[in-house]
Design a protein around this ligand. Structure first.
Ligand code: SAM
Ligand code: SF4
Ligand code: SF4
Length: 298
Protein backbone atom coordinates (compact mmCIF):
# COMPACT_ATOMS: atom_id res chain seq x y z
CA UNK A 1 0.00 0.00 0.00
CA UNK A 2 1.37 3.43 -0.89
CA UNK A 3 0.92 6.29 1.56
CA UNK A 4 0.02 9.72 0.28
CA UNK A 5 2.53 12.50 1.03
CA UNK A 6 1.43 14.79 3.85
CA UNK A 7 -0.01 18.13 2.74
CA UNK A 8 2.45 21.03 2.90
CA UNK A 9 1.49 23.92 5.18
CA UNK A 10 0.11 27.20 3.92
CA UNK A 11 2.70 29.75 2.84
CA UNK A 12 2.77 32.49 5.48
CA UNK A 13 5.89 34.12 4.01
CA UNK A 14 9.29 33.66 5.52
CA UNK A 15 9.43 36.12 8.38
CA UNK A 16 10.41 35.08 11.88
CA UNK A 17 7.86 34.65 14.66
CA UNK A 18 9.27 34.01 18.12
CA UNK A 19 6.07 32.34 19.12
CA UNK A 20 2.86 30.92 17.75
CA UNK A 21 -0.43 29.63 18.92
CA UNK A 22 -2.24 26.69 17.42
CA UNK A 23 -5.83 25.56 17.62
CA UNK A 24 -5.45 21.79 17.56
CA UNK A 25 -9.20 21.41 17.22
CA UNK A 26 -12.21 23.53 16.39
CA UNK A 27 -14.27 21.42 18.78
CA UNK A 28 -15.19 22.38 22.32
CA UNK A 29 -17.49 20.91 24.94
CA UNK A 30 -18.38 24.41 26.18
CA UNK A 31 -19.81 27.52 24.53
CA UNK A 32 -18.61 30.38 26.68
CA UNK A 33 -20.42 33.63 26.05
CA UNK A 34 -17.26 35.66 25.55
CA UNK A 35 -15.35 33.24 23.32
CA UNK A 36 -13.60 34.79 20.32
CA UNK A 37 -13.10 31.40 18.67
CA UNK A 38 -16.79 30.93 17.94
CA UNK A 39 -17.37 34.33 16.41
CA UNK A 40 -18.82 34.30 12.92
CA UNK A 41 -15.74 35.76 11.22
CA UNK A 42 -13.25 33.30 12.72
CA UNK A 43 -12.29 29.95 11.11
CA UNK A 44 -13.97 27.49 13.48
CA UNK A 45 -16.01 24.89 11.62
CA UNK A 46 -15.88 21.52 13.44
CA UNK A 47 -15.84 19.74 10.09
CA UNK A 48 -12.49 21.38 9.21
CA UNK A 49 -10.04 18.91 10.71
CA UNK A 50 -6.41 17.86 10.38
CA UNK A 51 -5.18 14.40 11.31
CA UNK A 52 -2.38 13.98 13.86
CA UNK A 53 0.35 13.19 11.33
CA UNK A 54 -0.47 16.29 9.27
CA UNK A 55 -0.55 18.58 12.32
CA UNK A 56 2.83 17.26 13.54
CA UNK A 57 4.41 17.52 10.10
CA UNK A 58 3.10 21.02 9.42
CA UNK A 59 4.07 22.32 12.85
CA UNK A 60 7.60 21.01 12.31
CA UNK A 61 7.87 22.72 8.90
CA UNK A 62 6.42 26.00 10.21
CA UNK A 63 8.73 25.89 13.26
CA UNK A 64 11.77 25.62 11.00
CA UNK A 65 10.53 28.15 8.45
CA UNK A 66 9.63 30.87 10.96
CA UNK A 67 12.05 30.11 13.79
CA UNK A 68 9.18 29.45 16.22
CA UNK A 69 10.55 28.62 19.67
CA UNK A 70 7.47 28.80 21.80
CA UNK A 71 4.05 27.29 21.07
CA UNK A 72 0.78 27.85 22.87
CA UNK A 73 -1.66 24.97 22.42
CA UNK A 74 -5.34 25.81 22.52
CA UNK A 75 -8.60 25.32 20.66
CA UNK A 76 -11.51 24.87 20.97
CA UNK A 77 -10.59 22.62 23.84
CA UNK A 78 -7.06 21.26 23.31
CA UNK A 79 -7.53 18.37 25.76
CA UNK A 80 -10.00 16.82 23.32
CA UNK A 81 -6.77 15.94 21.44
CA UNK A 82 -4.59 15.30 24.46
CA UNK A 83 -2.31 12.70 22.82
CA UNK A 84 -1.61 14.95 19.86
CA UNK A 85 -0.83 17.92 22.13
CA UNK A 86 1.59 15.85 24.23
CA UNK A 87 3.46 14.76 21.09
CA UNK A 88 3.47 18.21 19.47
CA UNK A 89 4.80 19.85 22.63
CA UNK A 90 8.07 18.00 22.11
CA UNK A 91 8.69 19.95 18.89
CA UNK A 92 9.23 23.26 20.65
CA UNK A 93 11.71 24.70 23.14
CA UNK A 94 8.79 25.98 25.18
CA UNK A 95 5.18 24.90 25.13
CA UNK A 96 2.13 25.82 27.10
CA UNK A 97 -1.46 24.67 27.13
CA UNK A 98 -4.56 26.73 27.78
CA UNK A 99 -7.46 24.51 28.81
CA UNK A 100 -10.96 24.82 30.20
CA UNK A 101 -10.00 22.22 32.83
CA UNK A 102 -13.07 20.01 32.39
CA UNK A 103 -11.04 17.03 31.11
CA UNK A 104 -8.60 17.07 34.01
CA UNK A 105 -5.33 18.97 34.26
CA UNK A 106 -2.59 17.49 32.06
CA UNK A 107 0.64 16.55 33.78
CA UNK A 108 3.43 18.10 31.69
CA UNK A 109 6.47 18.56 33.92
CA UNK A 110 8.50 21.62 33.03
CA UNK A 111 5.61 23.25 31.16
CA UNK A 112 2.88 25.75 31.91
CA UNK A 113 -0.80 24.84 31.93
CA UNK A 114 -3.23 27.74 32.15
CA UNK A 115 -6.68 26.79 33.41
CA UNK A 116 -9.49 29.17 32.55
CA UNK A 117 -11.97 30.05 35.25
CA UNK A 118 -13.88 33.29 34.93
CA UNK A 119 -14.92 34.14 38.45
CA UNK A 120 -16.46 32.50 41.50
CA UNK A 121 -19.11 29.81 40.83
CA UNK A 122 -22.10 31.95 39.81
CA UNK A 123 -20.11 34.41 37.67
CA UNK A 124 -18.03 31.66 36.04
CA UNK A 125 -21.01 29.49 35.24
CA UNK A 126 -22.95 32.45 33.80
CA UNK A 127 -20.17 32.71 31.18
CA UNK A 128 -18.93 29.12 30.90
CA UNK A 129 -22.05 27.06 31.63
CA UNK A 130 -23.84 25.49 34.54
CA UNK A 131 -21.71 23.23 36.74
CA UNK A 132 -18.41 24.13 35.05
CA UNK A 133 -16.87 25.76 38.13
CA UNK A 134 -17.31 22.61 40.21
CA UNK A 135 -15.90 20.38 37.46
CA UNK A 136 -12.78 22.53 37.17
CA UNK A 137 -12.40 22.70 40.95
CA UNK A 138 -12.46 18.89 41.04
CA UNK A 139 -9.86 18.64 38.27
CA UNK A 140 -7.52 21.10 39.95
CA UNK A 141 -7.79 19.34 43.30
CA UNK A 142 -7.21 15.95 41.68
CA UNK A 143 -3.85 16.96 40.22
CA UNK A 144 -0.54 16.11 41.81
CA UNK A 145 0.88 19.51 42.83
CA UNK A 146 4.36 17.96 43.00
CA UNK A 147 4.40 16.69 39.40
CA UNK A 148 6.54 19.54 38.06
CA UNK A 149 3.80 21.15 35.98
CA UNK A 150 3.26 24.87 36.52
CA UNK A 151 -0.49 25.42 36.76
CA UNK A 152 -2.05 28.87 36.69
CA UNK A 153 -5.67 29.89 36.97
CA UNK A 154 -6.67 32.61 34.55
CA UNK A 155 -9.76 34.77 34.86
CA UNK A 156 -10.87 36.66 31.76
CA UNK A 157 -12.51 39.79 33.12
CA UNK A 158 -15.55 41.14 31.31
CA UNK A 159 -17.92 43.96 32.26
CA UNK A 160 -20.24 41.30 33.72
CA UNK A 161 -17.86 39.45 36.03
CA UNK A 162 -15.62 42.43 36.92
CA UNK A 163 -17.29 42.96 40.28
CA UNK A 164 -16.32 39.44 41.37
CA UNK A 165 -12.54 39.69 41.07
CA UNK A 166 -11.96 39.89 44.82
CA UNK A 167 -14.41 37.08 45.54
CA UNK A 168 -12.70 34.96 42.90
CA UNK A 169 -9.28 35.41 44.48
CA UNK A 170 -10.66 34.67 47.95
CA UNK A 171 -12.36 31.52 46.60
CA UNK A 172 -9.30 30.02 44.92
CA UNK A 173 -6.57 31.27 47.24
CA UNK A 174 -5.97 27.83 48.82
CA UNK A 175 -6.14 25.82 45.61
CA UNK A 176 -3.09 23.75 44.60
CA UNK A 177 -1.94 26.06 41.80
CA UNK A 178 1.14 28.16 41.20
CA UNK A 179 -0.57 31.45 40.52
CA UNK A 180 -3.61 33.47 39.55
CA UNK A 181 -3.55 35.51 36.36
CA UNK A 182 -5.94 38.02 34.82
CA UNK A 183 -6.67 39.08 31.32
CA UNK A 184 -9.51 41.23 29.96
CA UNK A 185 -12.18 40.83 27.34
CA UNK A 186 -11.23 41.48 23.70
CA UNK A 187 -14.39 42.81 22.03
CA UNK A 188 -15.49 42.69 18.41
CA UNK A 189 -15.73 45.94 16.49
CA UNK A 190 -19.53 46.00 16.75
CA UNK A 191 -19.74 44.10 19.98
CA UNK A 192 -23.29 43.38 21.11
CA UNK A 193 -22.45 40.83 23.80
CA UNK A 194 -22.94 43.20 26.72
CA UNK A 195 -19.58 41.99 28.04
CA UNK A 196 -17.52 44.92 26.77
CA UNK A 197 -16.71 48.31 28.21
CA UNK A 198 -17.84 51.06 25.84
CA UNK A 199 -15.71 53.51 27.77
CA UNK A 200 -12.39 52.12 28.98
CA UNK A 201 -12.39 54.50 31.93
CA UNK A 202 -14.81 52.10 33.60
CA UNK A 203 -12.21 49.35 33.29
CA UNK A 204 -9.60 51.40 35.15
CA UNK A 205 -11.10 50.72 38.58
CA UNK A 206 -10.66 46.97 37.99
CA UNK A 207 -6.98 47.56 37.24
CA UNK A 208 -6.70 49.42 40.56
CA UNK A 209 -8.42 46.61 42.38
CA UNK A 210 -5.98 44.00 41.05
CA UNK A 211 -3.02 46.11 42.15
CA UNK A 212 -4.55 46.37 45.64
CA UNK A 213 -5.37 42.65 45.82
CA UNK A 214 -1.84 41.73 44.81
CA UNK A 215 -0.56 43.20 48.07
CA UNK A 216 -2.57 40.64 50.07
CA UNK A 217 -2.42 37.76 47.60
CA UNK A 218 1.13 37.34 46.26
CA UNK A 219 0.02 34.42 44.09
CA UNK A 220 -1.46 37.02 41.71
CA UNK A 221 1.16 37.11 38.98
CA UNK A 222 -0.17 40.15 37.12
CA UNK A 223 2.49 42.77 36.54
CA UNK A 224 1.38 46.24 37.76
CA UNK A 225 3.52 47.79 35.02
CA UNK A 226 1.42 46.03 32.39
CA UNK A 227 -1.80 47.15 34.09
CA UNK A 228 -0.50 50.71 34.07
CA UNK A 229 -0.17 50.45 30.28
CA UNK A 230 -3.74 49.20 30.08
CA UNK A 231 -5.21 52.38 31.57
CA UNK A 232 -7.76 54.21 29.46
CA UNK A 233 -5.59 57.27 28.84
CA UNK A 234 -2.63 55.29 27.42
CA UNK A 235 -3.96 51.88 26.31
CA UNK A 236 -4.06 52.89 22.65
CA UNK A 237 -0.27 53.43 22.69
CA UNK A 238 0.27 49.67 23.11
CA UNK A 239 -2.37 48.59 20.59
CA UNK A 240 -3.02 51.26 17.97
CA UNK A 241 -6.50 51.64 16.51
CA UNK A 242 -5.97 48.64 14.28
CA UNK A 243 -3.23 46.71 16.04
CA UNK A 244 -0.42 48.69 14.41
CA UNK A 245 1.38 49.07 17.77
CA UNK A 246 0.59 45.58 19.03
CA UNK A 247 3.67 43.53 19.95
CA UNK A 248 1.62 40.33 20.15
CA UNK A 249 0.39 40.77 16.58
CA UNK A 250 3.95 41.30 15.43
CA UNK A 251 5.55 38.43 17.36
CA UNK A 252 2.99 35.64 17.46
CA UNK A 253 1.70 33.63 14.52
CA UNK A 254 -1.90 32.48 15.03
CA UNK A 255 -2.63 29.10 13.44
CA UNK A 256 -6.32 28.36 13.14
CA UNK A 257 -7.76 25.35 11.32
CA UNK A 258 -9.50 26.77 8.29
CA UNK A 259 -11.24 25.45 5.22
CA UNK A 260 -10.66 21.82 4.40
CA UNK A 261 -8.21 21.39 7.24
CA UNK A 262 -5.45 23.85 6.36
CA UNK A 263 -3.82 26.17 8.84
CA UNK A 264 -5.02 29.70 8.28
CA UNK A 265 -3.70 32.78 9.99
CA UNK A 266 -6.16 35.25 11.43
CA UNK A 267 -5.80 38.99 11.93
CA UNK A 268 -4.37 38.30 15.37
CA UNK A 269 -4.46 35.63 18.04
CA UNK A 270 -7.98 36.78 18.92
CA UNK A 271 -9.41 36.02 15.49
CA UNK A 272 -10.50 38.29 12.68
CA UNK A 273 -13.06 40.68 14.05
CA UNK A 274 -11.45 42.56 16.93
CA UNK A 275 -11.63 46.08 18.26
CA UNK A 276 -7.97 46.85 18.97
CA UNK A 277 -8.83 50.23 20.47
CA UNK A 278 -10.58 48.38 23.35
CA UNK A 279 -8.33 45.30 23.49
CA UNK A 280 -7.95 43.74 26.93
CA UNK A 281 -5.34 41.09 26.15
CA UNK A 282 -2.93 41.23 29.10
CA UNK A 283 -0.12 39.75 27.00
CA UNK A 284 -0.22 42.78 24.67
CA UNK A 285 0.37 45.24 27.49
CA UNK A 286 2.85 43.04 29.34
CA UNK A 287 4.94 42.65 26.18
CA UNK A 288 4.78 46.40 25.56
CA UNK A 289 5.88 46.99 29.15
CA UNK A 290 8.87 44.65 28.83
CA UNK A 291 9.83 46.11 25.47
CA UNK A 292 9.86 49.59 27.00
CA UNK A 293 12.42 48.65 29.66
CA UNK A 294 15.80 50.27 29.12
CA UNK A 295 17.67 46.96 28.88
CA UNK A 296 15.14 45.30 26.51
CA UNK A 297 16.74 43.61 23.48
CA UNK A 298 16.23 45.67 20.33
C1 SAM B 1 -10.31 30.52 23.52
S1 SAM B 1 -9.88 29.67 24.97
C2 SAM B 1 -9.22 28.14 24.33
C3 SAM B 1 -8.67 27.23 25.38
C4 SAM B 1 -9.68 26.60 26.32
N1 SAM B 1 -10.83 26.14 25.66
C5 SAM B 1 -10.02 27.54 27.46
O1 SAM B 1 -11.17 27.96 27.58
O2 SAM B 1 -9.10 27.84 28.20
C6 SAM B 1 -8.38 30.50 25.52
C7 SAM B 1 -8.59 31.64 26.49
O3 SAM B 1 -9.18 32.73 25.82
C8 SAM B 1 -10.07 33.37 26.70
N2 SAM B 1 -11.03 34.14 25.91
C9 SAM B 1 -12.07 33.68 25.20
N3 SAM B 1 -12.71 34.68 24.58
C10 SAM B 1 -12.08 35.82 24.92
C11 SAM B 1 -12.25 37.17 24.57
N4 SAM B 1 -13.22 37.59 23.78
N5 SAM B 1 -11.38 38.08 25.09
C12 SAM B 1 -10.37 37.69 25.90
N6 SAM B 1 -10.14 36.40 26.24
C13 SAM B 1 -10.99 35.49 25.76
C14 SAM B 1 -10.69 32.24 27.47
O4 SAM B 1 -11.31 32.69 28.65
C15 SAM B 1 -9.50 31.34 27.69
O5 SAM B 1 -8.84 31.70 28.87
S1 SF4 C 1 -13.93 26.52 26.70
FE1 SF4 C 1 -12.45 27.84 25.66
S2 SF4 C 1 -12.69 27.43 23.46
FE2 SF4 C 1 -14.44 26.50 24.52
S3 SF4 C 1 -16.00 28.06 24.29
FE3 SF4 C 1 -14.98 28.38 26.27
S4 SF4 C 1 -13.34 29.88 25.90
FE4 SF4 C 1 -14.04 29.08 23.93
S1 SF4 D 1 -7.10 42.79 19.27
FE1 SF4 D 1 -5.48 43.09 20.76
S2 SF4 D 1 -4.10 41.36 20.38
FE2 SF4 D 1 -5.35 41.58 18.54
S3 SF4 D 1 -4.15 42.93 17.17
FE3 SF4 D 1 -5.60 44.18 18.32
S4 SF4 D 1 -4.40 44.93 20.02
FE4 SF4 D 1 -3.33 43.14 19.24
Amino acid sequence: MTTLPLAAPTDFGDRCFKSALVLVTNACNLRCRHCFVYREETPNRPRDKMDDATVLYQLRVLRDRHGIRSMLFMGGEPMIRRDLVLKAMQLFEQSQIVTNGTYGIPSVPGHLVTVSLDGPPAANDALRGEGVFDKVKKSVHARDPEDGTTVMLQMTITRNNAATVREFVETVTDWPVDGIAFTFYVPRREDDSGLDWRDLQQRDRVLDEIVTLKKTYPQITTNPGALQRMRSDVAIDSTGRHGENCVLKEDMLPLYIGEQGCFERTYCCYGNDVDCSRCGAYAVFNSAYHRSLPDAAA
